[in-house]
Ligand binder design. Structure first.
Ligand SMILES: [Zn+2]
Length: 362
């Protein structure tokens, strides 16, 4: 009865197509897994994830449990955090979006925050995780695989799925933005975690969605163990962290021209320019000379759809659909300030705001 009531409640809040993948079954404690609620303040307003295609494994790149918790909890940057002693915290409801993967694609699925559960493991990509973490993580993965019906090939690492959109270092999309969790791609650790597979190649490099592996470390790691496409090792830098954090690039900090800031995507409709005088233009509406002489302070979104103005009868939900309150959606209010879509309510979006949302579907 309890489960039916929960579904009826969700059906009332969301159209039924939204809840296809909401699972009521909980990850539960047993002799291998200790788990506690330690939810982010963002959890209650965070949007549900419509589908669950992957589990993405991360390392916090921090040796302290408390600092790791402070890094992920306030903004809800993972669904689970695995402490060094193996205790697991629930940070964001397993059915909801957590902002763990940033700019990402795996096997043609873009934007893994909106398609995948994120597990952060306290530690570094360079160091072995603790025995207690292995025991707990193995059981956590096992239960999540069972709940969401995911086979071993659906358990991936942040280092595998992260990529950079074209930027001042690379004019095309490339891998190599993150080393996070890279050890979870290796056969020895995978088998210790009960995962039977390794990855023979990068499906997105093979399909040309990303052009090469820009990080020599990851290139060696992957090509050393399996036949991943060999990539460039000429440029290590990929994308600055501040870009990933809020999505906006800025002239001249991230590049002096449109080409430098957005590469091959500089003049298309999904690259959006916010001029200091308040004008907003898409790349396809600017000519070459305008793109080459963008004023200082121009901000740029790459890979976004310009959704137009929100007004009476043209609500955010009508324009954007279920992504209207996702963390990846932005509103530019009439006063010029930017509002994050993360858990936003309709009444917080003033009439006349312009909405921008990521182009990939999930
Ligand atoms: Zn990560």
């Amino acid at each position: 009865m309890k489960a039916i009531g929960f579904f009826l409640m969700l059906n009332f809040i969301f159209p039924s197509s939204f809840i296809e993948d909401v699972k009521i079954e909980r990850v539960s404690e047993n002799s291998s897994l200790r788990i506690q609620d330690n939810y982010s303040g963002r959890n209650s307003s965070r949007a549900f994830r419509p589908v669950t295609k992957y589990i993405v494994l991360h390392t916090t790149e921090c040796s302290s449990d408390q600092s790791s918790l402070n890094g992920v909890r306030p903004k809800g940057k993972c669904n689970y955090l695995v402490r060094k002693d193996g205790l697991v915290y629930r940070i964001i409801d397993k059915n909801k979006i957590s902002t763990h993967a940033g700019v990402s694609v795996w096997d043609g699925v873009y934007g893994l925050n909106e398609n995948a559960i994120g597990i952060e493991v306290v530690g570094s990509y360079l160091k072995p995780i603790t025995y207690a973490q292995k025991v707990a993580l193995k059981e956590l993965i096992r239960q999540l695989q069972s709940i969401y019906n995911l086979d071993d090939t659906k358990v991936v690492t942040h280092s595998m799925v992260a990529y950079s959109k074209p930027n001042k270092y690379h004019s095309v999309p490339v891998r190599g933005r993150k080393r996070c969790g890279s050890q979870f791609a290796g056969s020895e650790l995978r088998s210790q975690l009960g995962l039977s597979n390794t990855f023979a190649y990068d499906p997105d490099m093979k399909a040309g969605r990303v052009k090469y592996q820009a990080d020599p470390y990851l290139n060696r790691l992957y090509t050393g163990s399996a036949a991943w496409t060999k990539g460039s090792s000429i440029k290590v830098k990929t994308e600055d962290d501040h870009i990933e954090a809020d999505g906006f690039r800025e002239i001249p900090k991230d590049g002096k021209t449109a080409w430098a800031i957005a590469g091959v995507e500089n003049n298309i409709s999904t690259t959006i320019y916010f001029f200091p005088d308040g004008r907003v233009e898409t790349g396809n509406n600017l000519d070459k000379s305008q793109l080459e002489s963008l004023p200082t302070g121009t901000k740029v979104l790459v890979g976004y759809i310009y959704g137009g103005k929100i007004k009476k009868g043209r609500t955010a939900y009508k324009v954007v659909g279920r992504k209207w309150n996702y963390p990846s959606t932005f509103y530019r209010k009439p006063d010029g300030t930017i509002l994050s879509g993360d858990g936003v309510s309709e009444k917080e979006i003033p009439s006349g705001s312009i909405v921008f949302f990521q182009k990939w579907s999930s």
